[in-house]
Each structure stands twice: as structure tokens, then as C-alpha cells.
Design a protein around this ligand. Structure first.
Ligand code: IMP
Length: 202
């Protein structure tokens, strides 16, 4: 069945990556360029459910996602606070804090799709390491400092097609697309609790 979906995000980079992935599966992809309110939450799933709520009444399929960069040496920070950390601190303090320490990091995405009152979610992640300095001119956000496992180049040194082959986002979107295409059962809504706890979890 051909699926027409509207991706709601203010981030052009995310939209382009999602569009490439879903178009290659025959989906029609529209962009609603909006900033959705993000609650202070412990998990990416909670944020995704809040974004799906915030979309409001919508016709057809609506897709949102939330991503985080979890640095091992920082006990998972910035994690669910990645957007805020990047906006207020930038990349340099992160690089300073991991200097001389373990450099492992994980990128995670939770993607959610809604159709009427039904919703589905899926998670994707990629392990890797924090580069010693920013490299590359592609991508956005943390791309210049993340080296996915098994490679030597940062995401910033990969084209969006190369990144899309194995990225956290493509894994989440692919898992979501497969559920929808198979007619899989919708996900239960995440309970909206622990919204104010400060510790970043997965
Ligand atoms: P968001 O809350 O999902 O928009 O993302 C959290 C932060 O991570 C934002 O600052 C994004 O720019 C950044 N981010 C999200 N996805 C990626 C990615 O694939 N590569 C690099 N940075 C990302």
C-alpha cells in the first residue's frame, strides 16, 4: 500500500535523511517545518510521545523523532538533553571533558508515527566513539565529532547516503517502516511520569 507521511521537524538535516530513506521504499514524504515542544523527560520515548501529542489533529500519517548523543565518560550526558547542550555549550566542552578518558559514545533515535489515535514507535542506535576534534563538512549537530564503530571517518565526513546506510536514524526509521508495512500492532502510549528527574537515561 503506498503510504503518504508528513514528517514534523524544524531540522532540515533530519528531514532530508528521513525523506531519502522512506522515498527509497516508495513512500511519499512531506515536510511540516515546525518546532514541537519537548518536555524535560528521562527517555527519548517520552519525548516522542509528547511530540506526537503536540502535533494535534492531523490527517494521514505523521512522523516525529527524537535523538540523543550518549557519551560513556559523561555517564550518558548529554543524552536526552543533547539539543540543549549543543545550543548552550557547543561541541568544544564535550571534547574537553572526554580528553584522556574513555571515548565511547552511542547515538540513539526513537521514531514515532501516528495515524488518528494509533501510534507506533521504534528505536535505532549506533555505537562509536568521540573524535578528538571536529572533522567533515557534511551533516549537522554532533556529526563532526562522532565516529561510528568499524569506521575511521566521522559522520561529518560521510555523505548523507553513506550515513543513511547504517545510522541510528535509518535503523529507527527502517524498523518503523517495516512495522507499518507489515500492519504491525500499535505501541501503547508511554506513561508520562518522571518528567522532572534530572538524570539522563537511555
Ligand atoms: P533532537 O532533540 O532530536 O532534535 O536532537 C538532539 C540534538 O542532537 C540536536 O542538537 C541535534 O542537532 C542533534 N542530532 C540529532 N540527530 C543527529 C544526527 O544524526 N547527527 C548529529 N547530531 C544529531
Amino acid at each position: 500500500m503506498p503510504i503518504e507521511v508528513t514528517v514534523v521537524t524544524s531540522n532540515r538535516g533530519k528531514f532530508v535523511e528521513i525523506q531519502e530513506m522512506l522515498q527509497s521504499r516508495g513512500w511519499t514524504v512531506h515536510w511540516s517545518r515546525r518546532t514541537l515542544p519537548e518536555p524535560q523527560a528521562d527517555t527519548l520515548e517520552e519525548v516522542v510521545h509528547a511530540k506526537l501529542d503536540a502535533v494535534g489533529p492531523a490527517r494521514g500519517w505523521v512522523l516525529v523523532e527524537d535523538s540523543g548523543f550518549f557519551v560513556g565518560a559523561l555517564n550518558g550526558f548529554p543524552g536526552v538533553y543533547s539539543a540543549y547542550a549543543l545550543r548552550t555549550l557547543g561541541l568544544r566542552p564535550l571534547l574537553r571533558w572526554v580528553r584522556g578518558r574513555r571515548r565511547d559514545a552511542v547515538f540513539r533515535t526513537v521514531a514515532g508515527i501516528r495515524h488518528g489515535n494509533l501510534r507506533w514507535t521504534a528505536r535505532g542506535e549506533v555505537a562509536g566513539s568521540v573524535a578528538s576534534s571536529p572533522r567533515g563538512r557534511h551533516g549537522f549537530g554532533f556529526d563532526p565529532i562522532f565516529i561510528p564503530q568499524g569506521g575511521r571517518r566521522t559522520y561529518g565526513q560521510l555523505t548523507s547516503a553513506e550515513k543513511g546506510r547504517t545510522s541510528h536514524r535509518s535503523r529507527a526509521i527502517l524498523a518503523l517502516a517495516r512495522q507499518i508495512e507489515k500492519g504491525g500492532a500499535p505501541a501503547p502510549r508511554a506513561p508520562a511520569r518522571n518528567r522532572r528527574t534530572a538524570r539522563p537515561r537511555k
